[in-house]
Design a binder for this molecule. Structure first.
Ligand SMILES: Cc1ncc(COP(=O)(O)O)c(C=O)c1O
Length: 438
């Protein structure tokens, strides 16, 4: 029989728990997850279009992932990182085989933020004395001190005493082009802003260019493939290291193991996280094998080689490869994006629909001509979706806050995709009706 915690104990826990998360949300307790769904303590079911922070690409409670993590936990869970453990070594081998080009050297961490810091330290070792990092507008790289600093400017930032600003460059935001040009007649002119910033925006050279190949947190923004290629070329020509933050994109959010494979662009350092553990915490970097590496003690964390997470990751990779997850990601992603573009014909509020795969963003505007952001409406989407049993993602801080995200597990079925779309349209109808009345 299922035994649940007493409501007053949960209430006391809630009162004790510190939170840096946004306030004002309903106090839900999630108690179960299976496939593309999660259930709260009241027994309500939600279609999880946020994959619990975009981490559950193979779905909740995948039996192969649970089995692998459980088996490892029974053998040995924690091994100090100066000793080897089997799953971590097998995973390092597997990632070096899978990652493209010369990305053959692997380091692990438990969070995307700390993995980004590993990448930043690696770049600093290889560019001693170089200047600040270069980043893109609306980029997001984590919540540790260093990664907050290299993300979009945090509102009311209280941490500046221990942070260093990057040089931020406008990104290829085609729907709102920073140069007021139109894709593709623009010739990707915005890539040259990166070159100009390398040459003129910094005294000396930047330590590296740190960017997401698809901006998840900012405005769920995918870039034209030519832009990614042009930036790679600029970095090569200018002698600048390129770090791709694939914490969101790797392992099935888009139809490939890595965005580097999907776009045919290989960074010098690639950072992964979130989905690799299939629900267990794991992150890390794969770096070019000719880079100088860490000295003793320069990158060691207590749980950095956590064996159950590594075992879960090996199983997750097998699931991605054996169970047609990338194909499904493409099939369902294309289906949802096409249906959303159909809806765009009927709903003025839909300004732009973006993919690829299941990295789907819908930018809402009050007016198609002025593109005035429909920020309040996008924020309402979350509540109205929850009432109807679907968790949609919103953008809260980076970007304009007017993008609704649909990023379910990549094992989502056609019926589940239809459910997400049905609820999306229902909410859209309600929100459009309201903004017409206002
Ligand atoms: C692109 C990107 N980089 C880094 C991070 C930080 O990862 P974590 O929250 O695991 O530290 C995130 C988390 O949302 C992310 O989306």
């Amino acid at each position: 029989m299922e035994v649940r915690a007493a409501e007053n104990d949960l209430e006391a826990g809630r009162a004790a728990l510190m939170s840096g998360w946004s306030s004002g949300e309903r106090p839900l307790v999630m108690v179960r997850g299976k496939g593309a769904f999660v259930w709260d303590s009241q027994g309500r079911r939600y279609l999880d279009c946020i994959s619990q922070a975009w981490a559950m690409n193979v779905g909740h409670s995948h039996p192969r992932v649970i089995e692998a993590a459980e088996r490892q936990a029974r053998e040995i869970a924690q091994v100090r990182s100066n000793y080897g453990n089997e799953p971590i070594l097998l995973l390092a081998k597997r990632l070096a085989e899978l990652a493209p080009g010369r990305l053959n050297r692997v380091a692990f961490s438990l969070h995307g933020s700390t993995a980004i810091e590993t990448a930043m330290k690696l770049a600093m070792i290889n560019r001693p004395g170089a200047g600040p990092f270069l980043t893109l507008f609306d980029g997001y790289h984590g919540r540790t001190l260093a990664t907050m600093a290299v993300s979009w400017p945090h509102p009311n930032n209280k941490f500046a005493a221990f942070q260093r600003d990057p040089v931020r460059v406008p990104q290829a935001y085609c729907y709102r082009c920073p140069l007021n040009l139109t894709y593709s007649s623009c010739g990707i002119a915005c890539a040259d802003l990166v070159r100009q910033s390398i040459r003129k925006g910094i005294t000396g050279r930047p330590t590296a260019l740190l960017m997401e190949p698809i901006q998840g947190n900012g405005a769920q923004l995918d870039f034209p493939p030519e832009y990614l290629k042009a930036i790679r070329q600029i970095c090569d020509e200018e002698g600048v290291l390129l770090i791709w933050d694939e914490v969101q994109t790797a392992f099935g959010r888009i139809p490939a193991m890595f965005a580097a494979d999907y776009y045919g662009v290989v960074p010098d350092i690639l950072v992964f996280g979130k989905a690799i553990g299939g629900g267990y915490p794991l992150a890390g970097v794969v770096a070019r094998d000719d880079l100088e590496e860490f000295g003793p003690g320069e990158d060691a964390l207590t749980f950095g080689h956590f064996a159950p997470s590594a075992a879960a990751a090996l199983a997750t990779i097998e699931v991605l490869e054996d169970e047609g997850v990338f194909e499904n990601c493409k099939r369902q992603g294309d289906y949802i994006v096409n249906r959303l573009r159909d809806l765009q014909q009927g709903y003025e509020i839909i300004g732009d629909v973006r993919g690829p795969g299941l990295a789907i963003g819908v930018e809402l505007v009050r007016d198609r001509q002025t593109k005035e952001p429909a920020t309040k409406e996008a924020q309402e989407f979350y509540e109205l979706g929850m009432e109807r049993g679907v968790i949609f993602g919103t953008t809260r801080y980076g970007g304009l806050g007017n993008v609704v995200k649909i990023k379910p597990p990549a094992i989502i079925t056609r019926e589940e995709a239809d459910l997400a779309l049905e609820v999306f349209e229902d909410v859209l109808r309600e929100i459009s009706g309201r903004s017409r009345r206002n």
